[in-house]
Write a protein that binds this ligand. Structure first.
Ligand code: ZN
Length: 325
């Protein structure tokens, strides 16, 4: 499904089967000598069909296409190599490019899996979750030679449009947005979403993802955005949505602290099971595996935040980390 959102800017909507995100927004900008495609969907037939159909409908040719990936998650980078012209760049932040290479080499999971086990995650469930994780199984399988590192302030030109890279670490360590100042258009990627709250998880080699995310929200809150174009689902009012997300994490942090105060020495996995989640499941045991994984990661990022600010501390007992005030 293709929708024009501005002059020479189109949204191609890709379905994400069996995924609570429901869809991904890929944006196509028509230029003079080259076009730009922002985000590309999971590497799976349903996404491929939606993307290729959309591009064909727009009369877009592959050899004219550059690709911009807002961050390294599979639903954004997954098909980048398939739709980018042969000698054209695939832009990604230098930080996420580094993480993506460590992900592809297995180094990231080598670090992350033991970390989750130490946080009380049952090893068997973890393995099962991993083998069915779309982000792991449905993404690009190599560090394509067209990948090109960008950073804060990098300027991209498409026709008469200028897009400036804004670094907003948090959702991923090198997450970015693209800002069109003259038009007041912000491609928010997954930094600001309107119908769902962006998932903030704990990352290897990053000590406080939630703290970084909150700082990144404050950093971009006052941009005079007239049109926000998010990575998933619908658009909305930019600034008030950022305020809502900030308030959401304040409540989450207070809730996490309350659980630890009421029941000290729980593991992160146990704390996650006691937090409130917007999901149709009557108990933690009934949570779909992927959602349990996201919930524990989200909980961990809140624990890291509280720990870094001295509100809680952790002790390790028999290889499991436990938290108390
Ligand atoms: Zn994402």
């Amino acid at each position: 499904m293709v929708t024009q959102v501005h002059k020479n800017i189109y949204r191609i909507r890709l379905t994400l089967p069996q995924n609570p995100l429901k869809n991904l927004n890929s944006y196509f900008l028509r230029g003079d000598e080259s076009d730009l495609l922002i985000d590309t969907g999971f590497r799976r037939p349903e996404c491929r069909k939606d993307l290729l159909d959309g591009l064909a409908m727009l009369g877009s040719f592959r050899d004219r296409r550059r690709v911009y990936v807002t961050h390294m998650h599979g639903d954004h980078i997954g098909q980048a190599d398939l739709v980018c012209g042969d000698d054209r760049p695939i832009y990604l932040s230098a930080t996420d490019l580094g993480y993506y290479k460590r992900f592809l080499s297995g180094e990231m999971d080598g670090e992350r899996l033991p970390l989750y086990v130490r946080q009380g995650y049952p090893e068997e469930i973890l393995k099962k979750t991993y083998s069915t994780n779309q982000a792991i199984t449905m993404t690009m399988d190599h560090a394509d030679e067209r990948l090109c590192a960008v950073e804060e302030g990098t300027l991209l030109r498409v026709g008469t449009y200028e897009l400036r890279v804004i670094s907003v670490p948090g959702h991923t360590p090198g997450n970015t947005m693209l800002w069109m100042e003259k038009e007041g258009i912000m491609f928010t990627g997954d930094h600001v979403l309107f119908d769902i709250t962006p998932n903030i998880t704990s990352w290897p080699w990053m000590d406080d993802a939630l703290g970084a995310y909150i700082e990144s929200l404050k950093k971009v809150k006052d941009y005079p955005v007239r049109l926000a174009l998010p990575g998933h689902r619908e658009s909305g009012e930019y600034k008030s949505r950022i305020e809502e997300i900030l308030a959401h994490h304040e409540r989450r942090l207070a809730d996490t602290l309350r659980i630890i105060r009421e029941t000290p020495y729980l593991s992160a996995y146990e704390i996650a099971s006691r937090m409130k989640w917007k999901i149709r499941a009557s108990s933690w045991e009934e949570f779909p595996l992927q959602q349990r994984w996201f919930a524990t990661g989200e909980c961990l990022s809140h624990l890291d935040y509280l720990k870094k600010r001295g509100s809680i501390r952790s002790v390790e007992e028999n290889g499991v980390v436990r938290y108390c005030v």
